[in-house]
Design a protein around this ligand. Structure first.
Ligand code: PHE
Length: 342
């Protein structure tokens, strides 16, 4: 295979050197380095090598690729220089290339997945366009139940399914709970589902498309202490050693008991400041999975129990120090001056 690479390099080298127009060079670039180019064809063979050989040939492969890329660039510059018939002033300062960066939300998603992976959660992702059944009915929210109003749902113009009902844009990652139960079938389940959610809302602290991360743990003997321990672990990892969490009684149809979860304010360590007022920030909901939800997912509630939590990614991230954004909507604007800061 390295012989093949060598031959290819020699042949490409000769053709590039004898090219005399930019168009010709662009064509050579496509032929050799393009997605369906000669080099990628050879790369296919890399897969069949054992790992020692792979490392060695892989290096030769990359060197060849870089060498050809550079040669083409050099040649293009040379031709352009001649075309202009100008002179090249090497003292003119270069144009600094713009470096991209990951979006704030992507950064948060990566960090959150990493934290939960450390304690054995499996990252999954479930459909954004979802059936009513997964988003509501399996979560103990029967048709027309007023509790559903909270979720300000977008409905998709699509024929209803006999079993699964209407099609919706999933309003929360909890729809991943019954999906994960059906996928795994037999617990233990340790899921972290991070996905886009949609609700009819738009103001300083809400956007119609946002992200949630949903944890679901099901096994024998799971109780509230496991939930509290997991939440505290996350608080310390995400907001720093001093952070703590608290849970307050609340109500959701799909958990019993249910809680709202707060994290201590990172600006004042929970003492109370202009930013938090009370010392705490609410981030989302949690609770022990309702037996009806386990049943809907095909899991026997007399044998297994579990906890779940679901929080907003944007909200969790904006509570970090150094990120003061008054209007959540700016996160999804195309104003690069804003986005480049992070
Ligand atoms: N899905 C709920 C929401 O969007 C949050 C939640 C998740 C509550 C899991 C309890 C358990 O508000």
């Amino acid at each position: 295979m390295d012989q093949k690479l060598h031959n290819l390099k020699t042949q490409a080298w000769a053709q590039i050197n004898s090219a005399d127009s930019v168009a010709e060079l662009e064509q050579l670039r496509i032929n050799y380095l393009g997605r369906n180019g000669e080099l990628n064809k050879i790369a296919e063979d890399l897969k069949n090598l054992d790992s020692n050989q792979k490392a060695l040939v892989g290096r030769i492969f990359n060197d060849t690729k870089n060498a050809l890329e550079n040669l083409i660039l050099e040649k293009i510059q040379e031709i352009r220089g001649e075309e202009k018939k100008g002179w090249f002033d090497p003292t003119v300062p270069g144009i600094e290339p713009i470096l991209g960066n990951l979006h704030l939300v992507t950064q948060a998603i990566e960090e959150i997945s990493g934290i939960f992976q450390k304690i054995g959660f499996v990252r999954v992702r479930y459909p954004e366009v979802e059936w009513d059944w997964f988003a509501f009915e399996a979560l103990n929210m029967p048709k027309d139940h007023p509790a559903r109003d909270e979720w300000e749902t977008f409905f998709v113009d699509h024929p209803e399914d006999k079993k699964y009902g209407k099609m919706v844009l999933t309003p929360h990652t909890s729809s991943g709970q019954p999906r994960e139960m059906q996928r795994v079938k037999v617990p233990p389940i340790r899921m972290i589902n991070i996905a886009k959610c949609y609700r009819r809302q738009s103001d300083n602290t809400h956007v119609p498309m946002f992200h949630q991360f949903e944890g679901l743990v099901i096994d024998k003997g799971i109780n509230i202490t496991h939930l509290k321990g997991t939440i505290d672990f996350f608080a310390k990892q995400f907001y720093g050693e001093k952070a703590v969490s608290r849970i307050r009684p609340f109500h959701f149809m799909f958990t019993e008991p249910s809680f709202e979860v707060d994290f201590s304010c990172v600006h004042c360590d929970g003492k109370g400041c202009r930013f938090c007022k009370s010392g705490w920030h609410e981030v989302g909901g949690a609770g022990m999975v309702h037996p009806n939800v386990l049943k809907a997912g095909g899991i026997d509630p007399t044998e297994y129990s579990g906890f779940a939590f679901g929080w907003g990614v944007e909200r969790a991230q904006l509570l970090k120090p150094g990120i003061e954004i008054d209007d959540l909507r700016t996160l999804y604007s195309t104003d690069l001056r804003h986005l480049r800061q992070f």
